[in-house]
Design a protein around this ligand. Structure first.
Ligand code: ATP
Ligand code: MG
Length: 412
């Protein structure tokens, strides 16, 4: 899919924007704080319902307004299929929002889509932004969000699993609070822990598989970037004993490769899931006393993390700024690889302010292999980017330039 045009209403500093864009490289340039990133952010929010800058939809609405709307017109160049996607966020009662609680409305071709899983994956983007550095040193929630997004973009049903998990854990915590101080009632806890163990085991299997893929791709990228000097390793950490259990099963049955490629039979998944689910249930059960004392669930996939090491040393503790930047780039390039592999087409590439920060070698890593992809790049200096791109983009895909000044975009 490529974007043909972008339409914004009350999004950040755009009260209104209707913009036709080019099929290959689009350069969005202008001084600081004019609205360049806001355009990239809007594309990202409309394609994968997630902003790289804020978890709150409210922040995206133009100051003093009540709702925003983003619409993108799309084209599949392979078969000339046209469609459009729109996302709006309404904070007040209206025709589309019958309650007064804030509501997000998703549409494809003006028809409302009620399930997020049916919306995700229609148009895929991968964004590279200064915030990527948080992947290395930030809180575990940053890496969970990164992993969750990659899985959701390529396996949309995963999103439903996460939703179910979040609902259940919320209900279980509410129930734990009601026991606070006293012993938890085993029947009540079983009511939560059986389904939680079932859903968690499925989520862990997804996350473990994708973490193995991330590790495979990113260690390759990082060796490239560091001229074969640095070994980047990504490993998934979750509820104690789970990975050992999965590994033992996969090794015993010589199924590791089939697990990573996703070609193992359904029956195999059902068997691993069964074993894992029993393990998780016993772990949850072992925590009941302490959980009811604290009034909250102490262990669970809501605490999962990705551990990142460079030459076997924790990046969180020992890495330099440059190493963090390279590792973050390796991780994001692996996201690109995974989405390309799963979707068999290039996602749209969004480069927010990162292009000028990369040295020549990293720029080549990023742009090479993306020859047919649609790319959006933000920068402050047109001349610089023009010169740098000259050597990377072939003549057939001439870049389009857009100048941004105080929320007004002028195509050139
Ligand atoms: N909810 C909002 N409503 C109105 N304006 C907003 C909102 N959120 C941010 N802005 C404004 O948008 C502008 C920043 O836009 P953006 O982040 O796109 O800048 P930029 O052009 O990418 O700048 P830089 O080169 O510094 O990255 C700021 O002027 C900010 O005040
Ligand atoms: Mg910016």
């Amino acid at each position: 899919m490529i974007i043909r045009s972008i339409h914004l209403k009350n999004f950040r500093n755009y009260r209104r924007l209707d913009l036709d864009v080019g099929p290959s490289v689009n350069i969005i340039y202008g001084f600081n704080a004019q609205g360049k990133t806001n355009i990239i952010e809007a594309i990202n929010v409309c394609s994968c319902l997630s902003s790289h800058r804020t978890p709150k939809d409210r922040d995206l609405i133009t100051f003093k307004e009540n709702e925003y709307e983003i619409k993108i017109d799309l084209l599949d160049p392979e078969d000339n299929y046209k469609t459009d996607l729109s996302v709006s966020y309404l904070t007040e009662k209206s025709e589309e929002n019958s309650s007064s609680a804030p509501k997000r409305v998703l549409k494809q071709d003006s028809m409302q889509i009620s399930k997020i899983a049916s919306y995700l994956g229609i148009c895929n983007t991968v964004i590279f932004a200064p915030e990527d550095l948080n992947l290395i040193k930030g809180a575990p929630s940053v890496r969970r969000k990164f992993l969750n997004l990659i899985i959701s973009k390529t396996s949309p049903t995963y999103f439903d699993l996460l939703n179910k998990y979040n609902r259940l854990i919320g209900q279980k915590n509410a129930s734990l609070k009601s026991f606070r101080g006293g012993p938890a009632n085993d029947d009540t806890m079983d009511f939560w822990d059986y389904p939680l163990a079932d859903i968690s085991s499925e989520i862990i299997l997804y996350r473990y598989r994708y973490s193995l893929l991330l590790n495979k791709f990113s260690s390759r990228h990082h060796l490239d970037i560091s001229e074969e000097k640095e070994n980047l390793k990504i490993s998934y950490s979750t509820i104690q004993g789970s990975i050992e259990l999965i590994n033992a099963f996969l090794e015993e049955n010589a199924l590791l490769d089939a697990f990573i490629s996703g070609s193992a039979e359904r029956g195999i998944y059902a068997r691993i899931k069964g074993i894992l689910s029993e393990h998780l249930y016993s772990k949850f059960k072992g925590m009941r006393q302490s959980d009811s004392e604290k009034g909250i669930t102490g262990i669970g996939i809501h605490k999962d993390d990705l551990e990142i090491t460079l030459n076997d040393m924790s990046m969180k503790i020992y890495s330099s700024q440059g190493q963090q930047r390279s590792a973050a780039l390796s991780l994001k390039l692996s996201e690109l690889d995974i989405i390309r592999d799963f979707c068999r087409s290039s996602p749209i590439l969004l480069l927010d302010d990162v292009f000028s920060e990369l040295d020549a070698k990293r720029r080549v890593s990023l742009i090479s292999g993306m020859v047919n992809a649609q790319i959006f790049i933000t920068c402050t200096e047109r001349e610089y980017i023009e010169k740098e791109l000259g050597t990377l983009v072939d003549g057939a895909s001439l870049p389009r330039y857009f100048h941004v000044e105080n929320g007004t975009v002028t195509p050139e």
